[in-house]
Design a protein around this ligand. Sequence first.
Ligand code: SF4
Length: 330
Amino acid sequence: MPPPGWYYRLSTFFKEKFKEKVSKIPLDAGFSCPNRDGTISTGGCIYCCNPSFSPGALAREKTGTKPAIREQILRFQSRLEKGREDTGPEIIPEGFIPRRKYLAYFQAYSNTYASVSRLKELYEEALQTPGIIGLSIATRPDCLGPGVLELLAGYARDFHIWLELGLQSAHDRTLELINRGHNYRQFQEAVLKSQSTGIYLCAHIINGLPGEGREEMLETIHRINSLPLDGIKFHQLQIFSHTPLEWLYRQEEFKVLAMGEYLEILCDQLEILRPDVVVHRLLSEATSSDFLLAPDWHVPRALFSQLVEKELKVRRSYQGQKYAGTKTFV
Ligand code: SF4
């Protein structure tokens, strides 16, 4: 039985698997999204503000350019290994060879939304950069066209590959309200067709979406438990300026979660989450406060994870303590 306060951290998973720390390098490969370019809709998800969470998308918006994938990776590695915090213009030292292990994290927008030949070019540029042991690819469940899974499954034979699929909520009425442009069934189908490929699968969810209370948020976890998912990334709903969600928020149609409320629901979710599901993240952190309208609380991720651990200890609980199911998948 795990000790009180335990949850299955991504850092623990990496240490178990690779015997050392692995860092993710956030990248902007210049993708768009079918929910923004008119293929599904032009509005995008009502909360979408990529520059608010993706350093690469933020840089692209500010400068109108983006460095090549290899350059983005080497800049990040050299900055991290020099122990520097600043993100200013970076000169990669001549002959720089990273000492640590990294995953190239294709983060901004929908990172499978291109032809297979273009995807291959971008992914292989990352995989051929020193220090890279695999990929983490964030995308939509309806964006796994012909050949994409085969491409990733091929890499999974030699590299460590995560596919991060945006779900946000398992409730179709919420998905419709937030203009996700896909339903729960499409998510379920994407997960089922990706299983047994050697690719690790992670779901993204958002707590505090309009119209959802505790029961809906817990139900989303029950449905995640029922699928062959390996990981989960939790986010609290954040309101960014110039999004349709800002308008709804200003109409006072819903309230964002206070920090205590978010902490409580998150711990409730962890208690029912399958114990083998790796927790990639507990909290969103905006890249820049310029965009953020609400909530008005901000806690650094490391401190927040201590708060979660403390709350679980107070409850004498841990991830999966209330998970009643058996690991069989639909
Ligand atoms: S799927 Fe992602 S990139 Fe596309 S509109 Fe929604 S949040 Fe934005």
